[in-house]
Design a protein. Sequence first.
Lengths: 217, 217
Amino acid sequence: MTIAILGGTGDQGPGLALRWAMAGETVIIGSRAKEKAEKVAAELNAELGSEKIRGLDNPAAAEAADIAVLTVPYSAHLATLEAVKAQLKGKILIDVSVPLDPDNVRRMKMPAIGSATEEAQAFFGDDTKVVAAFQNVAAHHLRDATHAIDCDILICGNDPEARKIVAGLVSKMGMKPVDAGPAEAARVVESLTALLIRLNIKNKVKGAGIRLTGLPG
Amino acid sequence: MTIAILGGTGDQGPGLALRWAMAGETVIIGSRAKEKAEKVAAELNAELGSEKIRGLDNPAAAEAADIAVLTVPYSAHLATLEAVKAQLKGKILIDVSVPLDPDNVRRMKMPAIGSATEEAQAFFGDDTKVVAAFQNVAAHHLRDATHAIDCDILICGNDPEARKIVAGLVSKMGMKPVDAGPAEAARVVESLTALLIRLNIKNKVKGAGIRLTGLPG
């Protein structure tokens, strides 16, 4: 499967790219500037000792992909969706966006519809299936390929089949997916990131995460 | 220490009463109807084989307590606070309330101020220190004294000393407290309950909980 990581030069993208490439997936880093994407892809390839990851601009990356992942800061959420709308028709978009309050990243500033995930799904209508995932996992843990991730990956979105496909991609990276149901569950899943940032700042650490308990399996 | 559990005849109250009594604290069950509180206290005492727990109406329970816990359904939140306002002056109130949407308990219907905890603190002003805790732990796990709780207890409130006292009471019951800072963190802590209820319904279980990872200690 070819996975495009749109806005993949930021915090969360490179770690996801690295781990999927290590799991055997074909990965494209997308960015507004193709050169920036190529630079990050080259760094990751050097680390991997292979040429599995390439860099393209966001629309070209989305076009070439079977499935796309959005890892831009929330301020660029709608503008990036607009730039790749045609290219994502009929595909799944994994939305990692978190609408943090720019004035205080310990709290949320949610869009009126309830969450970034619901906002993205409303933007695409029936053309693209949006699935939320990876908001709660620490970027620097993802980026360190030797680090065993001690954080469950909550997954939500309105299409159960799309959630299953994303859960499979999470498992492939050695992380545990937890199906949280429809897109509106993202109101809590995205908000959890603000709590984890709060705990990171308070405890002077970078890698607070969560595990769900009491569930079957 | 004498702990009053206001609205203590509901879901969350009896388990908290049982576990604090087992840890050696003096516990009072409070209820709107004294007889109902006495009945639950008698049931718990029978289980404990002692007379450590007594029942009173909410204002009398609050009056007799060093520290109070509020475990009423959110619909009774402000009315119960009103009934015990005078009696809680100078004390700590542990607020367990969760503003679930009555039409769908998988989601929240938060008060305009942001959370039940902030609402309670605004109601009391400087007279009473409100600390949020125990929203995420499953009632039927609490109630089963033999069950080792696999759920961290997030604690938040504007007074650091009050949070410390509540953390101590959590530890006494053999659970792990996690200090999440000021009252506004309750926006996420309370919301987590809706996610856990969603996971319970989806997985046909009753005891979903959370653990925080990546924190010191």
